[in-house]
Design a protein around this ligand. Sequence first.
Ligand code: GDG
Length: 489
Amino acid sequence: MEWTRETLKQLIEEKLNGSHFIVVSNREPFIHKKTLEGVKCMIPASGVTMALDPVLRASGGTWIAHGSGDADRQVVDEKNKVRVPPEDPKYSLRRIWLNKAEETGYYYGFSNETLWPLCHIVYNKPTFEEADWLHYKAVNEKFAKTIIDEVAGQKAFVFIQDYHLALLPKLLREANPEIKSALFWHIPWPNPEAFRINPWKEEILNGMLGADLLGFHIHYHTDNFLSTVDQTLEVRADRVSSSVVSGGRETLVRPFPISVDFDQIQKDASSPDIPEQIERIKKEYNLTAQFIGIGTDRIDYTKGILERFRAIDKFLEKYPEYLGKFTFLQAGVLSRIHIKKYKELNDEINAVVEQINWKYSSDSWQPIVMLRRHFSPKELIVLYRMADICVVSSLHDGMNLVAKEFVAATDPKKGMLILSRFTGSARELTDAVLINPYASDSFAEKIKTALEMPPEEKEKRNLKMKEMIAESNIYKWAGKIIQALLRLA
Ligand code: GDG
């Protein structure tokens, strides 16, 4: 079956049978901000919002999330709810307020200094602060209380997003065993050896096993999860049925590879004004090189941005015929900047770019251009269309959506994806030029391979990958999870 916004909507309309549908995430899908022209509603660029928005529209359900906008409190009612989307309200966004200490301990601390580095094997040591853990527990309890209040004793499906809310499934089950819940883990699940250093491992696993369905991107992560449960808890993890029985209830553990809205990206990428937009960006950044490379990432140490620059340095050193002919554009949104490691990484990136540009640049050309302003999703597509190569060099990544967005957008005879083997995407996009980002010499060679690949070869590979993404799109991801959850009822 072909999955679209419409089929996803139909599934919900036909099968929900009056049950309440609730999505829970740390990040909210709409943020209200104060601006000089008054309060404005912004949509953070996120594939997850794109996929779940039609589900919520069809179900008229509720999305529960941390209210982080500076005007968020101004627009909610007494239950902290606001109807969204603002231009055509179809469902409720219920906001949870966190104070500074809670946000520091739960979000910056336990989520992003403990669980994030623990689950991404990139040789960055996680911290284990008891104070962060206590805030993490308290905030998960706060979310649970709000959800229970929202459910108000009705039949309900709760779809929880990500590692910020690992304890929530068990808290919900204890408060109301009738609730059916699914938790999707957007980051990798590491091997048991890596996970066992977590002093609160049993509580985290038991928290997650309160869900009826646990989703990861790929089989490798579900296998790691089952092994971790096996080695940590006294419960039965069954490899054949890929499930765990604990406390008399079964949790299904399944892979659901996330994806992008292929049709929308294709549509935007074939818009007639793209050539004009490309010229505008070339002018804005004074780009004269014949070949363009692109990287788009949150500035995060898991994304292998420094490794990418090292490979570009080696590539130019070894193949000086590309001096003046190749420019790499790096778009990057700053993230988690209150965490020291992220600030240090950003400083190091600036220093390395400076060094490389000093080493090679001429009066009219520089090898790396950092794109410092915000790019809208449509502008990103313009960047993808102008690129001959896109480099995704994550050291470890659950899936990586940039890789799929680029393949969906690129002109098949022009662009080629260079993709780290350590991303979930590499399991599906096997026709990309695959790299080990740690091995900078062969990484540099692969840049040459991708740039010099004949157009017919690129086309053959891109069409295969495009077909895969068109079939396995973001609506299929959401649809398959929701189907599995509804079946459990
Ligand atoms: C987590 C997992 C998993 C980036 N720069 C700009 C911008 N972006 C957009 C991209 C893409 C998204 O942000 C990043 O998604 P990724 O998947 O690459 O990475 P994470 O943020 O780490 O996401 C990851 C994902 O969850 C989903 O499950 O794939 O493995 O780590 O959509 O296009 N968007 C705009 N301007 C930018 O400068 N507008």
